[in-house]
Design a protein around this ligand. Sequence first.
Ligand code: LLP
Length: 389
Amino acid sequence: MFSDKDIAHFSKLETPFYYYDLKLLENTLNACNKAASAYKFHVHYAMKANFNPIVLKKIEEVGFGADCVSGGEVKKALEMGFAKEKVVFAGVGKSDKEINDALDNDIFCFNVESVQELSVINDLAEKKGKIAKIAIRINPNVDAHTHANITTGLDENKFGVNSWDMPACADVLNISPNLQFIGIHFHIGSQITNLDVYKNLCVRVNEFAAWFEDHGFKVTVLNVGGGLGIDYHHPNQQIPDFESYFKIFADFLAIKPYQEVHFELGRALVGQSASLISRVLYVKNGKKKNFIILDAGMTELMRPALYQAYHQIENLSQTSTEIVKYDVVGPICESTDCFGKEVQLPETFRNDLIAIRSAGAYGEVMASHYNLRENVQTVSSEKIAQCIS
Ligand code: LLP
């Protein structure tokens, strides 16, 4: 929701830009922190969702850890002040350099995604005389009921170790003195809106934890990943229901007194707190279709082109109740460069400001320079408040 003052200020700025509502971000983080603390759950922020420094700073201040998927993310997390004891490193393809750097930085844990990776980390740790803490990422074959491109926990997905490979993991762990097994890790997919899916996950987590303990491995960390979705259709209902989400894990996981439960939330923490603000370059009224051509395209926000993702589109300059249907497109030379088809908007004109909502997660960080586009700019609510006052 934008105030008239915000919109007046936007109109003076060069577009396109990502607008970050830092108050909303703070409120979301505090709500999550409160709900997680009620059960003593640990939250690691999935940095891939957004690594803009102004966002990372707010998250670090709340005390969350960082879930990283590349050496670059590990480095950034440490630079931004995240405690190394709260940095976890996942990813199916960690390079030797990335593993070595993470070992040098004594991060909390590697989430290991294959049997072979266990041996590689053991060898590299041995050369450094270090013990690497590891959790096995298990592919639990649980359907997340989300878009096929963002589902990760099915047998056909590349992520994690399959259940039939658990004995092989145990064998490698038993002959790897430079590995310290601390637990198990899961992540079944993203933008999950049916919370029942997590009950199925809990059942599998309990089974795998029991399997490891039966085979002589103490499981102290149950990391259940992230994936909690946001309501893209109601960007003003902004804070996800963290209480119901965490309660499922409290109710359905068989947590032993010595076990910690870890989460890796990304989208739910940052998704609603940004909008992509763009200007209308041209309006083309046709016989069959009307087009609005924006100065932002798939190079600034790729999700609609890549996953046919829905983002609410609003005209911030017109308030008329007379509605016209438009295909809202960008300037990029690709037919998939479309933010929405047949979108109902007030009659729209050149230079109108358009907001594409719920763009805080996997938005700015997935921007590209395709067509030699320039870096997309960032504007924060704090900066605008300073300018207005
Ligand atoms: N943990 C792991 C191991 C992950 O792979 C992911 C996301 C997360 C945590 C955080 O998931 P979240 O809470 O944000 O759902 N670019 C896609 C989403 C890709 C998600 C990749 N993994 C999109 O724009 O929808």
